[in-house]
Design a protein. Structure first.
Ligand code: HBI
Ligand code: FE
Length: 287
């Protein structure tokens, strides 16, 4: 009996069979005991941290999809549940895919999830999304009907966006909502962005640090604000509800792109007169 291939060999083998839409088989049987142990460690760490910090709909999604600590979930099993809830399904990919491929999947309610998990050395930070970021961070909210509609609308918007400017504006919208968004709830500010939800240190920083600005979400403001990919955010944008987010994007973006093309972009940490500021950061972390 040959030893089970390590996950990197399995991924390389799977990546060899990348289909035209960049999807691969998840290769669930190929995960090593260490891969499952890393999932468990990351899951347990966030499961302790998130109650009281994450939006309730996230925990409801996690529960509904029975994404649990026991090990890396099998996408086929998740898809049976997710498909019934909102018609979304996960498709396995070997990593970041070109923008237009990404948009095409989202526009058809397919979420591209990386099929390899980080190594122990990358436990606290890795530059590109891995399986834990995608499946634990992004997938539970796809079981929420309004957020599921938003993600498909985002994909459709992406397919219509021709030219570099529009793609850049959409990337910022994705970054400050889907990846690093905060939301108001009757109990107070909560996290919903996958980049925060899947990060131990940022789950704390985003809500509790005095350093970042917290600004009420405004579509054009978000689209004109640059972001950092390698450190905590200097500003977080706060939506009132998922419906507020969905409604703000249910409009023709073309006139918005024209206005944005004529305006300057903003650095991540600035505050504008026109901002509805929930909390002004002291910038102590980034100084
Ligand atoms: N590909 N697999 C994957 N996952 C992403 O989150 C992703 C991507 N390609 C492009 C991308 N994100 C961003 O540029 C989006 O703003 C389009
Ligand atoms: Fe992501």
């Amino acid at each position: 009996m040959l030893p089970a291939p390590s996950s990197s060999e399995a991924v390389i083998a799977a990546a060899a069979n990348v289909r035209a839409d960049y999807t691969v088989d998840q290769g669930w049987e190929g995960y090593s005991a260490e891969d499952h142990a890393i999932w468990r460690e990351l899951f347990d760490r966030q499961a302790k941290l998130l109650p009281g910090r994450v939006v309730p709909e996230f925990l409801e999604g996690l529960e509904f999809l029975s994404v649990a600590a026991d090990g890396i979930p099998d996408f086929n099993r998740l898809n049976e549940l997710l498909g019934k809830a909102t018609g979304w399904r996960i498709v396995a990919v070997p990593g970041l895919v070109p923008d237009e491929v990404f948009f095409e999947h989202l526009a058809n309610r397919r979420f591209p999830a990386t099929n390899w998990i980080r190594s122990r050395a990358q436990l606290d930070y890795l530059e590109e999304p891995d399986l834990f970021h995608d499946v634990f961070g992004h997938v539970p909210l796809l079981a929420n009907p309004v957020f599921a509609d938003y993600m498909q609308a985002y994909g459709k918007g992406g397919l219509r966006a021709s030219g570099k400017g529009a793609l850049q504006y959409l990337a910022r919208l994705y970054w400050y909502s889907v990846e690093f968004g905060l939301i108001q709830t009757p109990e107070g500010l909560r996290i919903y962005g996958a980049g925060i939800v899947s990060s131990k240190s940022e789950s704390i920083f985003a809500l509790e640090s005095s350093s970042p600005n917290r600004i009420l979400f405004d579509l054009e403001r978000v689209m004109s604000t640059r972001y950092r990919i390698d450190d905590f955010q200097e500003s977080y944008f706060v939506i009132k509800s998922f419906k507020h987010l969905f409604d703000s994007t249910a409009q023709d973006f073309a006139p918005i792109y024209q206005r944005l093309d004529a305006r300057a972009d903003y650095d991540p940490g600035v505050l504008l007169e026109s901002d509805d500021v929930l909390s002004r950061g002291d910038g102590s972390y980034h100084r």
